[in-house]
Structure formats: C-alpha cells, structure tokens
Write a protein that binds this ligand. Structure first.
Ligand code: PLP
Length: 420
C-alpha cells in the first residue's frame, strides 16, 4: 500500500530518470535488507557496490554518529581533523602520493580528466608536443556528467547529449594491437576500468594493462585507472591494479569508500599532482568531516577484520560454485570475476532479465548489466552460507528455464513434423 502511493507520487514529482524495481526497503542488518513488514532480502548487490560493510555495521555507525554530534561540514576553506588522516591511509594502501576528495564517482572521474588536460598543458609549457586527446575503451562506464559520458562508450548514455568532448578515441578492451595502433603523442591519457563493471565484469588483461603503462611512459601521458567499482577491496586487494603489478598515474574511487555515505576520491602520483594549483579545481562538500569519518571507519574495519583475505576466500568459493553450475547449465555462457565482483553471462538477454527478476521474487537482490550479464557485488562481509543460498536459487531457476525451453523446442519440432 505504502509502496503504491510512493510509486504514484514519484511518477508525478520526480524526473523520470530511473525504472525502479517495485520494492521498498526500510532497514537492514548484515547482508540482509528488509521491507516495512520485516520481510528480509539477501543483498548480493549492496546498493551497486556501495554498502561494503553491509547494513548496521557497528564501527561505521558509531563513527557516523560520533561525527554527526561533533561537526558535519565546514567547506574546503578550512582544515578539519580527518582529511589528512584519511589521505594518509589512502596513500599507504595505494602506492600513490596525493589525494583529492569529492562526493561521487563521476566527480572523481571529472577531476581525473581535468588533471590529464592540465598535466598536458604543463608538459607543453616545458616544451613537449603532447596533445589533449583521450583513449578510452569500448564498453567503458565512467559516469554521467559531460566529461564522464564523453569517455563512456554506450551510445544510449552519450547520444542524447551531443556534442560531447570531441577528442576521445575508443579501442576494444584487451586488443593490444588496436591500442598500439590508436595511441600517439596526441593523447594526454589512456583511460580504463581495471575491471569493467557496468560493461559486464571484464577485467583488463595483464598484457593490455602493461602495454598501456608502456605507451603512457613513452610520451608522458597519464595512465588513469577507474577503480570506482572495483577498488577499495572489492576484488580482494585494496586496488584491482595490485593484481597486475602495474601502478597507474591516477586512480579514481567512490562506491564503497565510505560504506554508503556519498564520497569520491582521486589518487595520483607526485608528478601528476603538479598540474593542479590552488583555485584550478575544487568542490564545496568534497571530503567533508562526516564522509571522511565514515571512510576512515570503513578502511580501518577492512584492515582490522582481515576483510581482504575474507573477500578472496568467499569470492573464490562463489566463482568456483558458479563454474560448477555452468558445467550443467548450457544457458551460462561464461563466469567472470575477481574477489566479490562477479558476472555470469547468459546466452540470452531476456533470460538474464527474467532470472534477475525471479531472484528478487525469491528475496535475493542482484541486477543485470550489459543485457546478458547477471552482476553480483555483495557486501564484503558475505559468508559461504549466503553463497550457497544464492547458488541453490540460481540452480532451480536455470533448471526451470532449461526444461521450459526443451518443451518449447519439442513442441516446435512436433509442429514442424505435422506441417511437413
Ligand atoms: C558507478 C561508476 C562511476 C560513476 O559513479 P557515480 O558515483 O554514479 O557518479 C564511474 N565509474 C565506474 C567504473 C563506476 O562503476
């Protein structure tokens, strides 16, 4: 009843930018969300990768409540007690030198694009002939603001807003020859997600990442790794690039960093950081005391509770069980993933939509991305017993669809014979 009245009100009052699923959550505990009548849902999506510590985590709640009582906001005109504390942690875990804090993924990405341009201008003033174009990857997703959509591949996100930044060349992911052919000193940066999220959970290959590093080094262009979805522990290391032993010049973070409080961050090398001077870039809210206190609590909890090792263990178990399932389910085309960032590609887009919806009906939250891919981004505190629940439901649903498909095929075949 309440859901229906909210749907009616939103349909009149809100810009219609979302096709929301018809569920209303009012609280949560651990890896479960619940609705107003207390019905629980196993959450394997964590608000698109944001609620990293699940719901009602005591350390995160305590940090947010304590900071709320103390001070919410002062702007970047002044110092506050948590900025340096957070920046120290981020530089220690990333191997990068400097930090810029903002409020969302797309803002972090805009900062990265502007830094790359400013860096190129700085090099040109020193006599370089480096250009201002970008190389980005096909099926990339970097956010919704103008610069971010300009470097995002999907036509649906780009075309309504043309003209965009004109100087972006797209190359296929993991095609080293295409990258080498496309790259020149006209480019100020190579842009990639270390693991593409929205595009269907596709990690870059070792060869591709290493080639991008080498090409950037050859012209002093910046290698910029978008880790907004795959960073801050999601893959079992603090940063997905740490699986490759490649250090980007710049990385961007957001989704899980403050456990559900909006926050974004850009991390970069000392050299890249030289391109920004006071006044060139900024944000009013960015890195405010509340968001910083939450982020510090998230990072300290991940470290204190050994959560990276936990993600590796539960993630491997999840992927192993999905691979076993794939051997008996011909509708599964491929299982891809790293840690607790997992995609299951099905043969058929309609089927993927149906499975995502039917799992919701069974009170298991996932989503479909890139048409045919079931996406799992569970809270980091997921346990093996939750994986078992998901696998059991998925097995039943895929088996049902498989036998329905077999019946349809038999009917078509029988029909064919009659008519023949
Ligand atoms: C979600 C996402 C963004 C955009 O983040 P917002 O906070 O929605 O602006 C950018 N890049 C990647 C890889 C993402 O997954």
């Amino acid at each position: 009843m309440k859901l229906e009245s909210l749907q009616a009100a939103e349909s009149k009052l809100m810009l219609q930018t979302y096709e929301r699923n018809p569920y209303l959550f009012t609280g949560g505990k651990g890896v479960y969300l619940h609705d107003e009548s207390g019905v629980e849902y196993l959450d394997l999506l964590s608000g698109i990768g944001c609620s990293a510590l699940g719901y009602g985590h005591p350390a995160l709640e305590a940090a947010i409540i304590a900071q709320t009582k103390k001070l919410l906001h002062t702007s970047n005109l002044f110092f506050h007690e948590h900025t340096a504390e957070l920046a120290l942690r981020l530089t220690e875990i990333s191997g990068l030198d400097r930090v810029f804090l903002c409020n969302s993924g797309t803002e972090a990405w805009e900062a990265a694009l502007k830094l790359a341009r400013a860096h190129a201008v700085m090099l040109r003033e020193e006599g370089s002939s480096i250009g201002t174009k970008f190389i980005a990857l096909e099926h990339s997703f970097h956010g919704r603001t103008m610069g971010s959509v300009s470097t995002t591949h999907k036509a649906k996100y780009r075309e309504p807003f043309a003209p965009l930044i004109p100087s972006v060349d797209f190359v296929p992911i993991n095609d080293v020859a295409a990258l080498r052919a496309a790259f020149s000193s006209d480019h100020c940066a190579i842009l990639l997600e270390t693991v593409q999220g929205e595009g269907g959970i596709h990690p870059v290959s070792q060869e591709f990442f290493a080639a991008a590093r080498e090409l950037c080094d050859s012209t002093d262009a910046l290698l910029i790794a978008d880790e907004i979805q795959c960073g801050v522990g999601r893959t079992g290391k603090w940063f997905a690039y740490q699986h490759y032993n490649v250090l980007p010049d710049v990385t961007t973070l957001a989704k899980p960093i403050a456990g559900g409080i909006p926050m974004g961050a850009l991390l970069c090398t000392e050299e890249a950081a030289k391109a920004f001077h006071p006044g060139m870039h900024g944000t009013t809210f960015g890195g405010n005391p509340l968001a910083c206190a939450a982020a510090i609590a998230v990072l300290d909890t991940i470290k204190r509770d050994g959560i990276l090792a936990h993600i590796t263990e539960v993630g491997s178990y999840f992927i192993e069980r999905l691979n076993t399932l794939a051997r008996s389910q011909p509708t599964i085309k491929e299982v891809r993933g790293l840690g607790l960032m997992i995609g299951v590609e099905l043969n058929d887009a309609n089927l993927a939509g149906d499975i995502a919806r039917e799992l919701m009906e069974r009170r298991i939250i996932i989503n479909r991305t890139s048409d045919t891919v079931l996406r799992f981004l569970p809270p980091y505190i997921l346990e093996k017993k939750h994986v078992d629940i998901a696998i059991e439901a998925l097995t039943e649903l895929l088996t049902q669809h498989q036998s329905a498909l077999r019946e349809t095929n038999t009917a078509v075949l029988a029909g064919g014979i009659t008519h023949g």
